[in-house]
Design a protein around this ligand. Structure first.
Ligand code: NAD
Length: 497
């Protein structure tokens, strides 16, 4: 790793501002620090929005609805979206460096997942807007005539986009792309932990010809800061949010004023079910990704694994080997495939669960601690990938979302027992089922209460499919045509002929 201490002396740290009406905008509140999770060192400063800045951003977004953007045709917006995708690709290295600096995630991961998907989201919704039809009905009338009904989709208006830190560019563009595709304007509030790629995207917006005020960025925290001010702002017509279920509850209360629609992608406590007839190599490889990718900070990740008893011991041993093969290190170094947690606060939370698991009687198969790493990495927010067995079913380690690189493995004997265990959760985001029995795969995929069920795979995404969670894992579905429900208002026009 380069010597960050030396770099800090040489170059002034970047200062990120808000972005409103097509321009960078500063605020009078003190800035907050942007910290590199891999080293714990301050790598930049960020302006924090007060209520006045948020008001300015919402007003700019509202004014832009009435400006040239409102007259853009579908084809013109599709064209702009494709230019945005190209614009991200053209500045790939800058986006990559910014994402790595904010998250500490390995370059191998961000360059294959975060940045390409950030660009692909714009291509997908460019196609979507070009191919969206609406319904039409010819209806007989009582006087013997006929009426023609047809659906007309109009933009919702100003959409607040409130984002998490785990896949910053990917999850933000997943919402911004459909919002713009269908003619809305946005005010984006990136996570306070990961402000950089959203700010960079604002520059790409300008270069692609997005009119001023269509895409606005406000930085800051949640309560008593940019997030709360944005969610409560009466000029916002709808709120799309990805983050913790608890935060979703607070945002839903704010959205109740004015009865504004929400689209929520929330937390999970996802289960994997491994049957004895599965391809064990594939199951171990798939579940190792599901448990440890992005240091376990993936909403779809697996924290509970149920394995049919005949292959339980073999599975535990092989997942242990996979976990111990992960290589934490400099995110930019060749071969690093395991990163830090996002913040000191989040590491405290995850280590709290590591302690709780031991207190609740878990067998620690591997990990359970903080890895020893050389300076400057020793200052970062690292934990070991961790596997437990033997926890009692009522341990909170098995019911609460940890969002770290850890999982518990339990044996089962019957299919219905595994399904009941998987469903024993207030969450219902995703599951993965590992079996060669096709009938069982269909049966179990239908029985586990989730938004997304994978069979013999995990995180295999076709962006045209519905994405969202059941139970406390979300409200609504995004992706493909499904986003139309949230990002547009469907009007019925009835014409008596
Ligand atoms: P978080 O809820 O703490 O924060 C998300 C965003 O909400 C941040 O921008 C934050 O500043 C803002 N916020 C916080 N309080 C707010 C308030 N009162 N009003 C308005 N905004 C507020 O979540 P996080 O820690 O950034 O992300 C991790 C969580 O996100 C996990 O629970 C994970 O499962 C979930 N997640 C879900 C999905 C999904 O698709 N279902 C995807 C990724 C992450």
């Amino acid at each position: 790793m380069n010597n960050p201490a030396a770099q800090l002396q040489e170059a002034p740290l970047p200062v990120l501002t808000h972005y409103i009406g097509g321009r960078p905008v500063a605020s009078s509140r003190p800035t907050f620090a942007n910290v590199d999770p891999a080293t714990g060192q301050v790598v930049g400063h960020v302006h924090e929005a007060d209520a006045g800045i948020v008001d300015q951003a919402v007003n700019a977004a509202r004014a832009a609805l009435r400006g040239p953007w409102g007259a853009f045709t579908d084809a013109q917006r599709a064209d702009i979206l494709r230019r945005l995708a190209d614009g991200i690709r053209a500045r790939f290295d800058e986006f990559l460096a910014a994402e790595i600096r904010d998250t500490g995630k390995p370059a191998g991961l961000a360059s294959h997942l975060d940045i390409p998907r950030g660009a692909a989201n714009f291509d997908l919704f460019a196609d979507q807007i070009s191919n969206s039809a609406t319904e039409a009905f010819r209806s007989p009338t009582s006087d013997g005539g006929v009426a023609l009904n047809y659906g007309l989709r109009t933009p919702r208006g100003v959409i607040a986009v409130i984002c998490p830190w785990n896949l910053p560019l990917l999850l933000m563009t997943w919402k911004v792309a459909p919002a713009l595709a269908f003619g809305n304007t946005v005010v984006v509030k990136p996570s306070e932990e990961t402000p950089s790629t959203t700010t960079l995207l604002a520059e790409v917006m300008n270069a692609a010809g997005v009119p001023p005020g269509v895409f606005n960025v406000v930085h800051g925290f949640g309560p008593d800061s940019a997030g709360q001010y944005l969610a409560e702002h009466p000029g916002v017509n709808a709120i799309t949010f990805t983050g913790e279920t608890r935060t979703g509850t607070a945002i839903m209360k704010a959205a109740a004023a004015g009865v504004r629609p929400v689209s929520f992608e929330l937390g999970g406590k996802n289960a994997a079910v491994v049957f004895a007839d599965c391809d064990l190599d594939a199951a171990v490889a798939g579940i190792a990704r599901a448990a440890f990718l992005n240091a376990g900070q993936v909403c779809l990740g697996t924290e509970r694994i149920y394995v049919e008893r005949p292959v339980f011991d073999a599975f535990v041993q092989r997942l242990k080997t996979a976990a111990e093969a992960l290589r934490p290190g400099d995110p930019n170094a060749e071969g690093t495939d395991f990163g830090p947690l996002i913040s000191r606060e989040h590491r405290d939370k995850v280590l709290g669960y590591y302690a709780r698991a031991r207190a609740d009687g878990a067998t620690v198969v591997t990990g359970g601690d903080v890895p020893e790493l050389p300076a400057p990495l020793s200052g970062g927010w690292w934990v070991q990938p961790t596997i437990w067995t033997g926890l009692p079913a009522d341990s909170t380690v098995l019911s609460e979302e940890i969002f770290g690189p850890c999982c518990h493995i339990a044996p089962f004997d019957r299919e219905d027992e595994a399904v009941a265990a998987a469903n024993d959760s207030p969450y219902g985001l995703a599951t993965s089922i590992w079996t060669r029995d096709l009938a069982r795969a269909h049966r179990v995929a239908a029985a586990i209460e989730v938004g997304i069920a994978w069979v013999n795979s995990w995180f295999l995404r076709d962006l045209r499919t519905a994405f969202g969670g059941a139970k406390q894992s979300g409200i609504g579905r995004e992706g493909g045509v499904h986003g139309l429900e949230f990002y547009t208002e469907l009007r019925n026009v009835c014409i008596k002929l």
